[in-house]
Design a protein. Structure first.
Length: 937
DNA sequence: CTCTCCCGCCAAGAT
DNA sequence: ATCTTGGCGGGAGAG
């Protein structure tokens, strides 16, 4: 109420008389209207809208305000709500992570205070971004259409379009969204983030940003000494860096595999925001302390151009932009503001709080190499497609045209098919992977997230050691605490204002650093919780990218695995024992792995840094590529796709959607079917495994399965578990990892983990602790050596054991259905008895059926979803129980398909370092399956 | 004061 | 020509 409104605003307000048009599609915000018509509120909103009037017709253009009958903008409510929330809260949110609950604010009618003070903060880009992010899940189900309409968003959030562009540009730079067409963007969420970061890091290294930063820092010091405040200077220094020269300007870095965002790149010389944002992120990724001061960043960013002049103005402008970017990144929780106290004083800076892991560069490179190969082989067609879309530089003309994009996609598909051809050895080209990887990644991510969430509760991020950070910390801590579990976020329709607040909650969940944070957690909490996590490494798609720049000759020579090991399982111990038909192709030395990670953290658990993994992945990939498996995958994939398309319509409920539809649908796929039959036998074994797994899941154990895959394959994965979460104990995971890394690495053994669904209960962290021994099953008695104390992770998951045993023949096997019986889970789960919602029976016995959990997105993604209630869909919908077949298939596919590891896998793998004495533990699991695949074919 | 960074003009491109 | 994107920098709020 206070009168003090910014005058301008008041003035500006125009009535938004424009009520009239709204295009239909826009959904209106339901709610709306709040009582308070506050003029105040109106202010900004209206502005934007006005012009729009004209637009109505053809394009949906800006909507005017939602028409709804009320003139008042619905959004205004939002604002009000927000403002209503106490400022402190708001701040807190901003600073803290997201916050969870948040809910407070809303109800009050708020009418009262209204917007009154809309302090600048309320309008901050960061807050806006938050609101924006709250509307979409971090890991959206790829199946859904995750389109974002700028108009709608602008309307709903009640901001000018201009502001949305700022956000979108940054998000696009991280591949969180990609531009589809004119007013449309597609939401990818964080699924691609790991890849993107890996890529950016790589590029950053190539550009030697680290060095440049160093130089700049030094320079500045020198200057100081000198006395200067002025800047005279030497550009030379800048030039020296030279890094720039090389690249001159870098273009927008894309993830080829992922989607081509081709369109996006376009025009406007890609100067700014987008590129700037990427560079900025790169700085963090390459700088050792992970802290980058604004000044340094600005300098580097300016760099290319004329370092020389360094006008103050230019600098200033750059800084402004950096703030804009930083605000968005902050909302993403990738960075946090801090102050660096340097010699002279404290300077504003930002610290990276995002994921550290993600596939290391190496991987990337490896990938790259692979890609190269691929390229070589690639057909011209491919190239064309790629070039058109991927490379920014060239072809701008096409860029935005939607039709082209489609064309390109179709081409790629074709290509894919071609590749799949048996003969072609090569294959995997990045491009083909396109979405799939993404999807996979997403799925994986989802799982991961859930895990994270669970783990998070307790955890916090470790304090960062170095950096002199003076401020902010407190908040962070709090934020760390974010909400643990799932919440049920009230799902609101996006439109709703209130919702926004609410949304936060959900977001929080997601956000909580699924990606990055993890690293931290481990350190602290590790003891109890398993955090595990996963880093997502790669999100799967590693293989994909190709960088122009990066081609390096890395010939990775890897032995190709002749065998197709499709999946390998590992189980502990028994080193030799594993029936390996799996091929272990030589293990690579896997040397790397250095954990950059915190030394301190070490807890064994934590230890695993993803980075290490990289090697593995690469290897895995390779094999897979070569292997037949890819083919299968492709085929399946193709089918799936086809099917998917059809199916989509079918899907019953939205929830189902969340899960991967494809997955569900699968049954239909002829291929799969065929496979089934043939496979069945084999499958059964698998099934059992599964069952076990399931049961385990409850228990908390995770069985792992690995399958090699190439990115392309990934999509196949889709089949897999996307939605499917099963609880697992982390420990088991780790152990697997270890195993893998050592030897199996090469053999691609992806593992997949099962997580519990959140709903399922939050399983308490402690669970991990229990050793598998509890299991009903026995472990293989003999070999227990692995159990040796040293290993950090003790026992392998029972499931695995079972599996192996079965294979070995020790256990009865498939025939008996025992899964349920086995279900170790029951026995084990100590903790949350109650929690378990999905009891064994569900998962377990339905063989086919899997438990699906809704992926996290509480948020109603698309408007469409509202339904199920805002509730997060909880859980589990069993999938189609009805369709038995389908389910069955699904499973099969599940097994068969080479799974990508993607993030999940990575997770698993991580721990190398720790692994104890290596040799002993590693166990390989036999994978049988390839056969299956082969058969199919 | 400095740090942040909102606002929105207005141009470049797309249509 | 209109609309969409988005560079850019004035200038004001926050600290």
């Amino acid at each position: 109420m206070s009168s003090t409104l910014p005058e301008s605003e008041n003035l500006s307000h125009k009535t938004q008389t424009t009520t009239s048009n709204h295009k239909g599609n826009v959904f209106a915000e339901p709610q709306a209207l709040t009582t308070t018509p506050r003029k105040v509120s109106t202010q900004s909103t209206m502005l934007t809208e006005i012009q729009s009037n004209m637009g109505p017709l053809t394009t949906p253009t800006k909507g005017k305000e939602t028409g709804a009958g009320e003139p008042w903008t619905p959004t205004s409510n939002l604002k009000m709500l927000i403002s209503a929330a106490s400022p402190e809260i708001r701040n807190r949110e901003k600073e803290l992570c997201m916050d969870p609950e948040g809910g407070d604010a809303m109800d009050p009618e708020l009418g009262e205070e209204g917007e009154k003070q809309i302090s600048r903060k309320e309008k901050s880009l960061g807050l806006l971004c938050h609101k924006f992010l709250a509307r979409y899940p971090d890991y959206p189900n790829p199946a859904l259409n995750n389109d974002i309409s700028l108009d709608d968003v602008a309307t709903e959030l009640n901001v000018e379009r201009r502001r949305i562009y700022d956000i979108m540009n940054v998000l696009e730079s991280l591949h969180i969204v990609s531009r589809l067409a004119k007013n449309r963007y597609t939401w990818h969420g964080r699924a691609n983030l790991p890849q993107t970061l890996a890529k950016l890091r790589q590029v950053g290294e190539e550009h030697r940003y680290g060095q440049q930063m160093q130089q700049i820092r030094q320079r500045s010091l020198e200057k100081e000494f000198d006395s200067d405040s002025e800047e005279k200077e030497n550009e030379e220094a800048g030039e020296v860096e030279g890094g720039e020269q090389g690249q001159k300007e870098m273009f927008f870095v894309e993830l080829p595999g992922v989607e081509f965002k081709a369109a996006s790149v376009n025009s406007r010389k890609d100067k700014s925001l987008r590129v700037m944002s990427q560079k900025f992120v790169m700085l963090f990724l390459v700088s050792t302390p992970r802290v980058v001061s604004l000044e340094v960043a600005a300098r580097i960013l300016i760099g290319e151009d004329q370092v020389v002049d360094q006008d103050k103005s230019k600098f200033k402008t750059k800084v402004r932009r950096l703030y804009d970017i930083a605000n968005v990144l902050r909302s993403l929780k990738l960075i946090e503001k801090v102050h660096v106290t340097e010699e002279r004083g404290r300077k504003p800076a930002f610290e990276w709080t995002g994921p550290e892991d993600f596939p290391s560069v190496k991987e990337t490179t490896a990938t790259t190499a692979t890609a190269k190969r691929t390229l070589e082989s690639r057909t011209s067609v491919d190239n064309c497609a790629k070039n058109l879309f991927s490379s920014p530089g060239s072809k701008r003309s096409f860029t935005r045209h939607p039709s082209l994009i489609k064309l390109a996609k179709s081409i790629q598909e074709d290509r894919r098919k071609i590749n799949s051809a048996p003969t072609s050895p090569v294959k995997n080209d990045s491009s083909s992977s396109e979405f799939f990887p993404t999807k996979m990644a997403q799925l994986a991510a989802i799982c991961k997230i859930q895990l994270d969430q669970q783990s998070n509760e307790v955890v916090d991020r470790t304090p960062k050691p170095a950096v002199t950070v003076t401020e902010a910390l407190p908040d962070h801590e709090q934020r760390a605490a974010k909400k643990p579990v799932a919440p049920q976020p009230p799902v609101l329709t996006p439109t709703e204002p209130r919702a926004s607040t609410v949304h936060l909650t959900p977001q929080a969940q997601f956000t909580p650093q699924p990606t990055g944070a993890m690293s931290f957690h481990p350190a602290q909490c590790s003891p109890l919780i398993p955090v595990l996590l996963p880093q997502l490494q790669g999100g799967g798609p590693y293989a994909i990218y190709m960088h122009h720049s990066s081609f390096r000759p890395h010939p990775l020579t890897r032995p190709q695995p002749t065998s197709l090991a499709v999946r390998s399982m590992t189980f502990e111990d028994k080193t030799g024992r594993s029936p390996s038909d799996v091929t272990v192709h030589g293990h690579s030395p896997a040397t790397n792995n250095l954990p950059t990670s915190s030394p301190s953290a070490l807890k064994r658990v934590c230890s695993e840094r993803p980075s290490e993994e990289s090697p593995f992945k690469a290897k895995r990939i390779d094999p897979s590529t070569r292997d037949t498996s890819p083919k299968l995958c492709e085929i399946l994939q193709a089918r799936l796709k086809a099917r998917r398309g059809g199916l989509l319509s079918n899907r019953p409920s939205p929830r189902a959607l969340h899960l991967d539809p494809e997955f569900v649908n699968t049954p239909g796929s002829s291929v799969a079917a065929a496979a089934n039959q043939t496979l069945e036998q084999n499958l059964e074994t698998f099934l059992e495994e599964e069952k076990v797994a399931t049961s385990d899941s409850e228990a908390g154990l995770t069985p792992v399965r690995a399958v090699p895959l190439t990115p392309q394959h990934l999509h196949t994965e889709t089949l897999i578990p996307t939605g499917y979460l099963i609880p697992i104990s982390q420990q088991s995971l780790f152990s697997y990892k270890d195993i893998h890394n050592t030897e199996s690495s090469k053999a691609s053994t992806p593992t997949y983990n099962i997580y519990h669904t959140p709903t399922a209960g939050s399983r308490p962290p402690p669970i991990q602790e229990f050793t598998p021994t509890g299991l009903p099953f026995h472990r293989p008695p003999p070999a227990s050596p692995f159990s040796a104390p040293g290993h950090r992770f003790h026992s392998p998951s029972p499931a695995i054991l079972n599996f192996t045993l079965q294979n070995l023949g020790l256990i009865p096997g498939p025939g008996s259905v025992p899964a349920a019986a086995y279900s170790p889970g029951t026995a084990q789960t100590p903790e949350h008895p109650s929690s378990v919602p999905l009891p064994p029976h569900l998962g377990l016995h339905q063989r086919g059926s899997m438990v699906f959990v809704k992926p996290m997105s509480p948020v109603p993604v698309q408007h469409q979803m509202t339904g199920p209630g805002g509730q997060p869909l909880t859980l589990i919908s069993l999938q189609q129980v009805t369709t038995p077949k389908g389910t069955a298939l699904a499973q099969h596919s599940f097994f068969h398909t080479p799974v990508s590891l993607s993030p999940l896998a990575t997770v698993v793998t991580t721990s190398h370092g720790h692994t104890a004495p290596a040799g002993a533990k590693t166990v390989y699991i036999p994978q049988r399956k390839l056969e299956v695949t082969t058969e199919d074919t």
